[in-house]
Design a protein around this ligand. Sequence first.
Ligand code: THU
Length: 142
Amino acid sequence: MPGYSYEQLQQLVKMSHEMKKMAYCPYSRFPVGAALLTADGTVFTGCNVENASYSLGICAERTAIVKAVSAGHQKFKAIAVASDLKERTIVPCGACRQVLMEFGGDWDVIMTKPDMTYEKMTTKELLPLCFGPTYLQRERAV
Ligand code: THU
């Protein structure tokens, strides 16, 4: 387990599902929750927030990232993502994969189902061959 315990993982999964309650998704009616574990053990949560101007909606994963970065955190260990889909795990959209990759390729994305089962992949596994900070001669945040 890379840098966090099984108990922390279970807590992230639980919190991601609890965060679905906060989703503002009157258009899709597809609530998504996320729980993001920082390097120092802090957890930031997020939900999707939609808009009448549809394309302005933001996903749960990016809500959590923006909350964490704006509070001074740039190193992450894992993010759990939750939806109500019972037959398959939720997976991050392409835009969110890119935003997660901005903060490193070797941290975990925990893709869950409502029964608390999950699949885990690294950010790099979810977005191989990505355009990232190194293309701009910048160091990664982690
Ligand atoms: N959504 C997320 O918040 N995260 C995902 O991983 C997939 C999709 C949101 C975007 C939109 O508000 C709704 O789910 C339906 O696409």
